[in-house]
Design a protein around this ligand. Structure first.
Ligand SMILES: [Zn+2]
Length: 1121
């Protein structure tokens, strides 16, 4: 069998795309890949046709063999020399893990998993969830598509064949093999978001820049709706009740050819089947000039019991006057004057343009109440801002993978035309809410996980068993592979294995395999990892109290190291180093009465002066460690040493892990630019004059390649670096961050660290960081079905070839964004499949593979693409792409490219999907209607358009942070959440309804909270009632509120409790502890706060939302003309 397929060499997109790749992008996070080996796997270019639908083959009708074993098969062999992840040698198969780790039960390989029976080959991770029938769930077939109508789409795009529920492969409500799944009819209350359609913005005179906007509209007409054409949706009544009936065939696989998840019942007026009359265009229309007066919102919600019609619609709704806030719209002085006699004022009302708050609210109302069931291909999940539960029925949860679009163009021409990037944001070790089931651990026995012979894809729900179950055809490359004897199982009359529901890898989107020794470095099961704490003890660190704080904290924190499942104690060993210009190693062997210090002053050639006693078990060495942590602050209390080294510290940790032959993490606490004579010595090269010049990019680049090479060595050893920085001045985050960044680690920065105000935040971050779930020595590969392939990767990792993402450590908060491009045509029937496989070492030293599968739809009509996009994910990708672009291109070029790409996305929609209408109308696709506002936030972010208060280190820090963020984090980072605290219901657990990020939404009489994932601001208006101030701050007047507060005082009154509980809730939702900043209106700190009111014009020159929308409109019109 030929396994060495030639890798693709031709770029899928032959020509540079205008405005998109208009600037040079370094490969993978700035590393160049000269002569990088091509993939030797055939996953991406199998010559065979795409994935076939799981129709029972003829062979399955043959009488099965009478024994449990399959008929003898010839030629069944494992491919030689082609095991998982080729850097690991193939060797003898061994089972088990080293004695020091938790014993893993390995039952007979051929035994099927039966819920509740023992022994079981499915080991549970961490908890004892039974893999068994979940409660019957409500049939859920919701799709954004159902919720949106796009101008003329229904008329211009032929309806896909075979629409309707009846032909959709049923999503089982149950995992039991008895067919007891219940289908609940689709009811209006579960309906998809029924938002309106095209938004018309007749911006007759594009007012950007310096022009005025003519706001004209036809008011007051209620949009008329036409029932959806029969082909776009069959009501629930056509879905046969199946209680007691035989289970329909073909369960969780992709829908049958040509199927689309159909819309809601036809009574829901969400479709316009023909070019709508002007009155159906929500928003502004030519007509009598009625500035400031707006028609009713489109009826974008069906009347539903218990659901109040939203009247503050995303478009066209009049906003009430802002009490106590008479000022003009601050960002747009030209538009500020009130309506009056001639000439009528020309101003686009911010309430008439798409509102993020409204979109978030609508999605919450429409999709928050029912679980998201993953059984159907290409379903767009609820927004990240919506609380929802996920039921895995064959596709990975959106907590693990989110895509920019769930319906991808069949051809690269279409993809190029639309300019919609095809990307997946993957968080392989994401934390799940307690109600959801962790991935099951599957053991396929001594021969390891069952995989496709050719592309090495792992067994998954989309593999098709044929010939009575003796072989399976790969859903990624179509290669046919023999089923290993121990894995054989008979097929039922539908062609499905009879153990389908008993095997996570056949019925679920996400699961884990226990890896064999073949998947381990040097053919050896790994030792448990180690944590090394490396503390800067130079003058600043000691004087600020930081050293003492860290040592005190470690005494208790070491009892909370990550543990595997139910293990009593952590398998992780610990070690300690302190340093300034020299390094001090500590022997904390349990047999010692006192710790011993060993000083290494030759930092040019770092070595570890002791092997035995450096890395120890916390429990065994408890007394010696406690003694050390007591002594360290005393030993350096009188230090006068101000200089530090940095690279030798990492080298020391790396050498220690090498000597111990394990992976691990270095926790480095560092305060200053490393100017002492040593490898990796840096100079202060900060220069703000470079901003807005062609040399600005150098501020983001490391000043030496030394750290890139060090990072490479660290990744090879599985040495992950987490860096805690406490700078009082520039310390070159761009360079110091290279190793943390490329090893999959984290950077935390506490500028001007002060014990009183910052210790709580730092300690919370440290605790979270030390305790969080992390995998070591990780390698991730994303396989795709024929037609697309992963071409680009964004995140904190290292790549030594073009396909494998390597991370010394990968924690539960890190994401990797993967971009896909076409290398062939896709088909609507087959759809497209992704399989993300993460090989890693658990915190107890167990080698595992975590698999996530996701099936997407494919389309030949652009309208289908635009109906199934996810703007939050799109913004995540675009931000990461742009933030990498600044490494190699002037910031202005990057900004222009971003604007151009989005203009092209929207122009393509307008040209191909929207109804013909005057060029004066801006028409946005329903699921991209927030693209302009979010894009503007990215454009005016600190990395792309810094204000005067933003330091070079801040920008480098943010750039690296964003690159690892998930979609929820980028969402709130770019468009912060603004909550009116004084509107909070003190008797309820809920948060007050968020408001839009604009100064004109703030009232002088209220208190607001703004959070962006890194900071929480509490803004207090000058006219806030004295009693509220007293209740929240414990002082009697506005002037007595202190800016220096870093926490809210604990006061025994309902308002104080409520606000503190809101703050705690928000802190709990974020991976980092947010800094609390009190801002008084008209105080100097208010400038900082206003920076986050992202709908307004920014001080650094960023456009207001209104202005930017007009600008985008102009760009789109230029593209269309
Ligand atoms: Zn394959």
């Amino acid at each position: 069998m030929s396994v060495n397929q030639q890798a693709h060499t031709g770029p899928p997109y032959g020509q540079p795309q205008p405005g998109y790749q208009g600037y040079q992008q370094p490969a993978y996070g700035g590393q160049s890949l000269p002569g990088a080996p091509q993939s030797q796997y055939g996953a991406y270019n199998g010559p065979m046709p795409g994935y076939q639908q799981p129709v029972p083959p003829q062979g399955s009708l043959r009488a099965p063999p009478t024994s449990g074993a399959p008929p003898p098969v010839s030629g069944a062999s494992h491919p030689s020399g082609h095991v998982a992840y080729s850097q690991f040698e193939h060797g003898d198969v061994q089972n088990g893990i080293p004695a020091s780790a938790a014993p893993v039960q390995r039952p007979p390989a051929s035994q099927p998993f039966l819920p509740g029976s023992a022994p079981t080959p499915v080991s549970q991770i961490s908890t004892f969830q039974q893999y068994g029938p979940p409660p019957a769930s409500v049939q859920q077939l919701r799709n954004h598509m159902a919720g949106m109508t796009i101008g003329c789409t229904a008329a211009s795009a032929p309806p896909p064949a075979g629409l309707g529920y009846a032909s959709v492969p049923p999503v089982s409500g149950s995992f039991s093999a008895t067919g007891s799944g219940l289908y609940t009819p689709y009811s209006a209350s579960q309906g998809p978001p029924l938002t309106s359609v095209s938004q018309g913005l007749p911006l007759v005179q594009p007012p950007f820049p310096g022009q005025t906007i003519s706001t004209q509209r036809l008011p007051t007409q209620v949009p008329g709706f036409t029932p959806p054409p029969p082909s776009t949706g069959v009501g629930p009544s056509s879905y046969p009740p199946t209680t007691g009936a035989p289970r329909p065939p073909a369960m969780p696989g992709p829908p049958l050819p040509g199927q689309t998840v159909a819309g809601p019942p036809s009574s829901q007026p969400n479709h316009v089947s023909s070019p709508p009359p002007p009155s159906t265009m929500a928003g502004l229309h030519p007509g009598p000039p009625m500035s400031g007066l707006h028609g009713p919102p489109p009826p974008n919600h069906p009347p539903q019991p218990g659901y109040q019609m939203q009247q503050n619609g995303s478009f066209g709704q009049m906003r009430g006057p802002q009490p106590n806030y008479g000022g003009a719209y601050p960002g747009a002085p030209n538009y500020g004057s009130p309506p009056g006699p001639p000439p009528p004022p020309k101003r686009l009302d911010p309430d008439s343009i798409p509102s993020p708050i409204q979109v978030i609210e609508d999605d919450r109302n429409n999709r928050g109440s029912e679980p998201f069931v993953t059984g159907v291909r290409g379903q767009v999940p609820p927004l990240v801002t919506t609380n929802f539960l996920v039921k895995d029925q064959g596709n990975a949860s959106p907590r693990y993978i989110r895509c920019t679009s769930y319906n991808i163009p069949c051809t690269s021409d279409m993809a190029k035309q639309s300019q919609v990037p095809l990307a997946a944001v993957i968080k392989p070790l994401a934390t799940l809410p307690p109600e959801e089931t962790l991935p099951y651990l599957v053991d396929h026995g001594e021969s390891g996980p069952v995989r496709c012979n050719r592309c090495k894809a792992y067994m998954c729900p989309f593999m098709q068993f044929i010939e009575g179950g003796r072989r399976f055809q790969c859903c990624f490359c179509s290669c046919v592979t023999e089923v290993p004897p121990h894995y054989f199982q008979h097929l039922d009359h539908t062609g499905k294995r009879v153990d389908f529901y008993d095997r996570p890898e056949l019925s679920l989107g996400s699961y884990e395999f226990l890896a064999t020794v073949d998947y381990c470095k040097n053919n050896k099961f790994p030792s448990p990892p180690a944590f090394i704490f490396m503390i800067d003890v130079s003058y600043n660190a000691v004087k600020s109290g930081l050293v003492r704080l860290i040592c005190e904290e470690l005494k208790s924190l070491l009892d909370y190291l990550p543990r595997e499942g139910n293990m009593e104690e952590s398998a992780i060993r610990v070690g300690f180093v302190t340093y300034n210009k020299v390094l001090h190693f500590y022997n904390v062997k349990s047999s010692l009465a006192q710790p011993q210090m060993m000083v290494v002053s030759d930092v040019a050639d770092m070595f570890v002066p002791l092997l035995d006693g450096f890395l120890v078990n916390v429990n065994e060495s408890r007394t010696v460690i406690a003694s050390l942590l007591d002594q360290i602050p005393e030993m350096f209390a009188d230090t006068r040493e101000t200089e530090t080294v940095f690279a030798p510290v990492i080298q020391a940790g790396l050498e220690a892990l090498k000597a111990a032959d394990c992976a691990g993490k270095l926790f480095i606490f560092h305060t200053s630019l490393p100017i002492a004579e040593a490898p990796g010595k840096l100079k202060n090269r900060d220069d703000r004059k470079l901003i807005n010049t062609d040399k600005e990019k150098t501020l983001f680049q490391p000043q030496t390649s030394f750290y890139n090479n060090l990072a490479k060595d660290c990744v090879a050893q599985g040495c992950c670096v987490d860096l805690f920085l406490f700078p009082n001045q520039y310390l070159d985050v761009a360079t110091l961050g290279v190793v943390p960044y490329q090893t999959g680690g984290s950077i935390y920065k506490y500028a001007y660290f002060q014990l009183e105000t910052d210790q709580y935040r730092f300690l919370n971050d440290l605790r979270k960081d030390v305790q969080k779930e992390v995998g070591f020595d990780a390698v991730m590969r994303v396989r795709t079905s024929t037609g697309i392939r992963a071409t680009d990767f964004f995140g904190a990792f290292y790549m030594s070839n073009t396909t494998d993402v390597e991370m010394a450590g990968l924690d539960c908060d890190k994401t990797i964004t993967v971009e896909f491009k076409h290398d062939d045509k896709l088909s609507e029937d087959s759809g497209a499949l992704l399989q993300c496989a993460l090989l890693y070492t658990s915190c107890a030293g167990q080698r595992r593979l975590r698999i996530h599968n996701l099936s997407l739809n494919c389309c030949t009509q652009l309208a289908d693409l635009y109906r199934n996009c996810e703007t939050d994910t799109l913004i995540n990708y675009l931000a990461k792409h742009a933030y990498r672009g600044v490494l190699s291109s002037p910031v202005k070029t990057v900004r222009d490219a971003l604007i151009n790409q989005c203009a092209q996305i929207l122009a393509c929609y307008r040209k191909n999907c929207a109804s013909p209408s005057s060029a004066g109308q801006l028409i946005l696709p329903e699921c991209m209607k927030l693209l302009p506002v979010y894009l503007n936030c990215v454009l005016k972010s600190d990395v792309l358009q810094p204000g005067p208060e933003v330091t070079t280190d801040d920008r480098a820090y943010i750039r690296q942070l964003v690159t690892s963020m998930d979609v929820a984090e980028t969402n709130v980072f770019f468009y912060p959440r603004l909550l009116p605290l004084t509107k909070a219901d003190v008797d309820s657990d809920s948060l007050p309804a968020a408001i839009r990020n604009s100064e004109e939404r703030l009232s002088k009489g209220d208190i607001y909270l703004l959070e962006n994932g890194l900071n929480i601001f509490v803004w207090v208006g000058v006219n806030v009632q004295q009693s509220l101030i007293q209740n929240l701050f414990g002082v009697s007047s506005f002037s007595q509120i202190s800016n220096a507060l870093s926490t809210l005082p604990v006061l025994e009154n309902p308002f104080s409790k409520k606000v503190r509980s809101i703050v705690d809730t928000l802190q709990g939702q974020r991976s980092r502890y947010m800094k609390l900043i009190i801002v008084k209106q008209e105080d100097k700190l208010e400038m900082l706060f206003k920076h986050f009111l992202v709908e307004d014009k920014s001080l650094s020159g960023g456009a207001s939302y209104v202005d930017f929308l007009c600008h985008m409109h102009k760009e789109i019109r230029q593209l269309l003309s």
